[in-house]
Design a protein around this ligand. Structure first.
Ligand code: ADP
Ligand code: MG
Length: 350
């Protein structure tokens, strides 16, 4: 019944992460009315009585998503929780519970796992979420962490990726590209340390971006801010892969186009100077870098006065008719088609 008669072998790399998910799940459509969304949003939305519940899960694999040479275990535990909470924020909801599963090799002593759980506990404390279960097993090699998160809100309130209309404004929270540049600094210091183990890195000038990489935060504060400002986004996503990839998700799901203005992309001064130091273009890093865990959303034009001048929010573009496509409008006024060059789990570069 499950035989592959042709003995075909297709490289996963040729599909990419999203192509693969789409390929594997395209025939599996939800049958329960309580399954409000299927595959394809930041979290699944399930109706339960008078509430909508959002569920999301993420898997972190040693050597793929983190390198323990420069990631302290407590930071890893904190980050593993935060990246999941971010997916609930991306539904304009607040997280409430988490489940944590780990697969661990005998390379790790108890003390190492205690450190990991120190970070997990800290994230629970900071964000007011409860750890309510999980699973523990052994692995042949390395550490694997899976976190599942649940949030609840009133029926109909979750903001999906698909709700944008032409002329809606495109808004992003915080600033971008810091996490990627923090990673570049950490990798460079690791190389120097390998060559000279007496080397003591001075990360002080890079503290903002290193923190963005090692200790990202989920923007629950932005969800609360939007509630206070009485702004309900029409569509929303969090920035895990890079601005470009997330804009394309909003466009594809909402069947709209987008004009994104290069000069409007918010960048911290540290990011600009470190990009110069590394000879990288800061716009390219913001578009493709990823792991910033900021929120990207669209609002109706009439809501603009409510967010105008807010230091946490930047309007970076607007949505257009689908036929116009998705473009970056450069400082020079050129329109360049946006491409998803985000992090790809199956590419050689990783
Ligand atoms: P995010 O970057 O927001 O965490 P992902 O890119 O991991 O989202 O996943 C995109 C969508 O695909 C989500 O709705 C997720 O639930 C779904 N998905 C990812 N992997 C699988 C899988 N192996 N089987 C079914 N659905 C999946
Ligand atoms: Mg997401």
């Amino acid at each position: 019944m499950f035989e592959n008669k042709d003995q075909q072998r297709t490289d996963l790399e040729s599909l990419g992460e999203f192509g693969l998910i789409d390929h594997l799940t395209r025939h599996l459509k939800p049958i329960h009315p309580s399954s409000r969304t299927g595959v394809g949003d930041d979290a699944a939305v399930l109706r339960h009585g008078q509430a909508d519940l959002a569920w999301s899960t993420d898997l972190l694999v040693e050597g793929v998503h983190f390198d323990l040479a420069y990631t302290p275990l407590a930071h890893l535990g904190y980050k593993a929780v935060v990246v999941n909470l971010s997916d609930i924020c991306a539904m304009n909801m607040k997280p409430a519970q988490i489940l944590v599963s780990i697969a661990v090799s005998n390379r790790f002593p108890l003390e190492a796992l205690e450190e990991l759980y120190k970070g997990i506990g800290r994230a629970c404390e900071v964000y007011g979420v409860d750890l309510v279960g999980g699973d523990t097993t052994s692995s042949n090699k390395g550490l694997i962490i899976s976190v599942t998160v649940i949030g609840a809100t009133r029926v109909g309130a979750p903001v999906l990726r698909s709700g944008a209309s032409p002329n809606d404004l495109l808004v992003v929270s915080g600033d971008l590209a810091g996490a990627y540049m923090g990673l570049q600094v950490l990798r460079r210091e690791q190389e120097v340390f390998r060559a000279n183990p007496n080397h003591r890195p001075d990360l002080e000038p890079y503290s903002y971006i290193v923190e963005r990489q090692l200790k990202p935060e989920a923007r629950t504060d932005v969800v609360e801010l939007l509630e206070k400002l009485e702004v309900t986004p029409t569509a929303m996503i969090d920035i895990s892969d890079g601005l470009s990839s997330e804009v394309l998700h909003l466009s594809k799901s909402g069947k709209v186009g987008c004009a994104l203005y290069e000069e409007k992309i918010p960048l911290d001064p540290t990011v600009i100077s470190v990009c110069e130091e590394f000879g990288l273009d800061s716009t390219t890093v913001a578009l493709s870098g990823g792991e910033d865990y900021e929120l990207l959303f669209t609002i109706r034009q009439e809501d603009f006065p409510k967010i105008k001048g807010n230091p946490n929010l930047s309007v970076i573009g607007h949505m257009t008719e689908a036929e116009s496509g998705c473009h970056l409008i450069t400082r020079g006024g050129a329109a360049i088609p946006l491409q998803a060059r985000g992090w790809n789990a199956f590419s050689q570069e990783g």
